[in-house]
Write a protein that binds this ligand. Sequence first.
Ligand code: GCW
Length: 671
Amino acid sequence: MKKLFLAVLMLGPAVGLRAEDGHQLWLRPHVSVPVTVVLPARTSALLATARQELQQGWQGPAGATITLSLKKDKAIKYDGFRLSAQGVQASTERGLLYGVFELLRRQQIGQAPEAGLSNPSYEHRLLNHWDNPDGSVERGYAGKSIFWRKDSALVVTRRDQTLWQQYARANASVGINGSVLNNVNASPVILSAGYLGRVKAIADALRPYGVKTYLSVKFSSPVLLGGLKTADPLDPAVVKWWQGKVKEIYQQVPDFGGFLVKASSEGQPGPQDYGRTHADGANMLADAVRPYGGLVMWRAFVYSPSDKDRAKQAYNEFVPLDGKFRDNVIIQVKNGPVDFQPREPFSPLFGALKKTAVMPEFQITQEYLGHAIDLAYLAPMWEECLQSDTYQAGPGSTVARCTNGSVYRQAHSAMAGVSNVGLDRNWTGHDFAQANWYAFGRLAWNSSAKSAQIAEEWLKLTFQNAADATPAAEAEWNAKFLTPVAQLMLASREAIVDYSMPLGLHHIMSATYHHYGPGPWWAPSGMRADWTPPYYHQAAANGVGFDRTRTGSDAVSQYHEPLASQLNDPATCPDEYLLWFHHLPWTFRMKSGRTLWDELALHYDHGVQQVRQFQRTWDRAQPYVDAERFAAVQNKLRTQSGNAVMWKDACLLYFQQFSRLPIPAAVEPPM
Ligand code: GCW
């Protein structure tokens, strides 16, 4: 008896629902009420999923009848849907499933089940996994890969399948309809028969949730895997090899989505190795997948050590190729012209191409924003990019509209996010990093969605409990938890910019492989200059910043007017981008009236103060959070707070050797 009691005590906290909350993402189970679901006449795994979700999660009127109907309707785009009190109407099965998730989300967060139409902004909403076949994840901070494992790579276990289903369900709940299963630095082995067997098993687990499977491919696979002498895209034997490989893939995965390719970039092989263009390479693969309806997403992340300004390279390589790509090719462009920095202006490739489909790539995993230690809610960063005006066809040509086919027609449209998912029990390493997975899906569905609204939704789904549902409890929860924690989230990315790379500084992290913490001095001898921070900040006695004006590298001219002129003039260039585009004296007068040096120091200091404020906010949230998540986030904020001080001190002391100016009195002196 005593033993049993002890066992219960030991098991208690570990299996209790609250303790498990953090592992359920935003899809925590709750008590549902009976509902009758009427399905279209045909049956399918996807429809079964939709019914099951309704039955498990219904919190509307008990005994209601909900009808899911498939009907052609010109107003419904892609996987869009129409909601009404009676049910969901869509033109695809996926649309029905997304409508069901929307209904359930509204019920759970207490929003009226608004009738009406909801269409996705992009046709394809994809996660890119930088997962390697050995189970490691490039830039992954949440443990090993959920797809690949070192030794028994090809044995599919029940546990694998359950995990893949849970992953697919989470994606479906926010409208993500595709996953690229492996790293863009692709291993050729992924296309071997053994691995394709596992790809099939993954595709089978994702399909009932409407998530299509894609693969990254290495351009030299015909040589490395196929034993050919060349991977020249115009060589008939190479063309034939890819055709055969594609056929083999579609035999295993009939609804395979297509390929993602990093070629002629960062040492990866590509068409340029054979004197061919990106278009030659992309089109060859596009022709191979076309008979099956497949797509090729060809990345524009290209730069070389010889470039005077890395930020200009992608534009220079791709603009001359506009109109040369097949219509099942989409050029995948990182949000900024350098590389996923805490803040970059939008890439000028958005708004540059007229006859070629372009898609944004965002990084959900926090390579440059504090890994899984710093709390960074990234939706404001993505919103900032999507809403930036490129002026491609006059005012209002936002990045969102230039990539979803509204400004120039695109046969296909898509948005990709580099996933932050791993085997960690909470999926993403940091509990708040779950919000970035969620927000990516919500923004890919509706590129006009507001970060603040997404944060509130996510907080309610992830932290609110049934016990908080009485009006009084809810008012308290809103005031004491929701509002302050949402504010924390919304300020979090700017805080990181402030304590690491304010005023347009970029790429001054420790450029040692890990990319964590400050390193403006990092420049080992013999290292490629464009991989070292001094190349980017250009700090010297005469000032700081990268001159990209018309008299500098002229990167400004890759933007349309009136933006180009606005960026070119330090008086009109927004402070956020000042040192991105200008090299300015330390005593330069800012819009605030302060000197550049003082302003810089104040930004660094403000970032530190912000994180301390986040700590206080979180401490006050304790009564509203389970112990496990409270402690985890509290610990991480503590580490982040110390790291913020390190960033500030290291950068200010480093820059001070050039500025030779005192730290302003309002700034906390270095430790
Ligand atoms: O940001 C850089 C990363 C690399 C990554 C590369 C890319 C997958 O440091 O790890 O490689 O970008 O996007 O291709």
